[in-house]
Design a protein around this ligand. Structure first.
Ligand code: PMP
Length: 355
């Protein structure tokens, strides 16, 4: 077996012990003689898997009983519509902060349902909260906590009156956060905690029950909550693997430890970038992402070579998003420090040979 260091932005690398556990149980899950993919979502075996996953997620993020946790399909993208459909209530407008591509996609979808007030815009930094132009009667304020494409991340969250809604697709579970600051947190699984096909929604219970009357059942948070996220057949395998990742995160020391590790990992890369005249970060220092390290080569003609030679070092999927180009190292929870050291070593070698 030869696994490479996979810096993909998502679907992204998963912890090896989790993959090994999945492999070992693939044909026969705990003596049932069946794979998790083959058992009923209503069976005691799966209900136990689902409940344990929720309990572990709650314990990792210290989610109180004031919040419901949903495991849904449709990725984070469906949340761009579900949020306004469920939270607008009798209001007509919502506030959005635009910090890059994913904020813009969320805004575009929400515009189908409401008047969207963009309170501030930037794409290489987080605009200062004191400059935000908040609406007077907005149902909620939406942020993207980590822009996966630009590599821009909120280091702290704003205190606002309206419920704060965060797309945490690319930084959920990467550090401790205070869930109580949020009305809704949502995230697709395929970066920090599982395979694609699943999204987690954490919602303050007092925000339930406000969906517009025309909201389809499958888009209604309250109906999902009342059905324990089993309004229809859920993505059982993705849910199961996510549960294993939650267990792995707890074994690794929980979010305090993971957070420290993630800062250490990102710092190694940014330190190298900042100390060189060969690589360059386009993101303001204090708003740089700990998850998606984006940078360019000063001589952009060398980028193709950089990506190609990287593969000889076992370093894959470092190409920046097609909309912005450059290089992007996505270094989510499951990315080891060994992989970071390999990347740093390669970057030093490449600079030495090409500067
Ligand atoms: N939000 C962010 C911040 C993302 O990075 C992504 C996926 N790259 C999405 C939303 C969309 O997620 P999905 O593909 O699960 O719909």
């Amino acid at each position: 077996m030869s696994r490479v260091f996979n810096f993909s932005a998502g679907p992204a690398t998963l912890p090896l012990p989790v993959l090994e556990e999945v492999q070992a149980a693939l044909l026969d899950h705990e003596g049932t003689g069946m794979s998790v993919m083959e058992i009923s979502h209503r069976s005691d075996t799966f209900i136990e898997i689902a409940e344990q996953a929720e309990a572990d997620l709650r314990s990792l993020l210290k989610i109180s009983d004031e919040y419901g946790v949903l495991f849904l399909q449709g990725g984070a993208t469906l949340q761009f519509s579900m949020v306004p459909l469920n939270l607008l209530d009798d209001r007509h407008s919502a506030d959005y902060v635009n910090t890059g591509s994913w904020s813009q996609k969320a805004i575009k979808e929400a515009e189908n349902f409401a008047e969207i007030n963009v309170v501030a815009s930037a794409n290489n930094c987080i605009p200062k909260v004191q400059d935000w132009k908040l609406g007077k009667n907005s149902a909620y304020l939406h942020i993207c906590s980590n822009e996966t494409i630009g590599g821009v991340q909120f280091s702290e969250y704003p205190e606002v009156e309206a419920p704060l809604v965060a797309d945490m697709s690319s930084d959920i579970l990467s550090r401790p956060i205070d869930v109580n600051k949020f009305g809704v947190i949502y995230a697709g699984a395929q970066k920090n905690f599982g395979p694609a096909g699943l999204a987690v929604v954490i919602i303050r219970k007092e925000l339930l029950g406000k969906a517009r009357p025309e909201t389809p059942s499958m888009l209604n948070y309250t109906l999902h909550k009342n059905a324990d996220s089993m309004l229809n057949t859920p993505p059982v395998f993705a849910w199961y693997i996510s549960g294993l990742v939650f267990k792995w995160l707890k074994q690794e020391g929980g979010l305090e430890e993971i957070g420290k590790r993630n800062v250490r990992k990102a710092k190694k890369l940014y330190d190298l970038i900042d100390s060189s005249d060969f690589y360059k970060s386009g993101v303001k220092l204090e708003d740089r992402s700990m998850m998606n390290v984006t940078f360019t080569l000063l001589n952009q003609k060398l980028e193709r070579d950089f990506l190609k030679t990287a593969q000889e070092y076992g370093l894959f999927n470092l190409k920046g998003h097609r909309s912005v180009g450059g290089i992007r190292a996505s270094i989510y929870n499951a990315m080891s420090e060994k992989a970071i050291d390999a990347l740093v070593g390669y970057m030093v070698d490449f600079e030495r040979e090409n500067a």
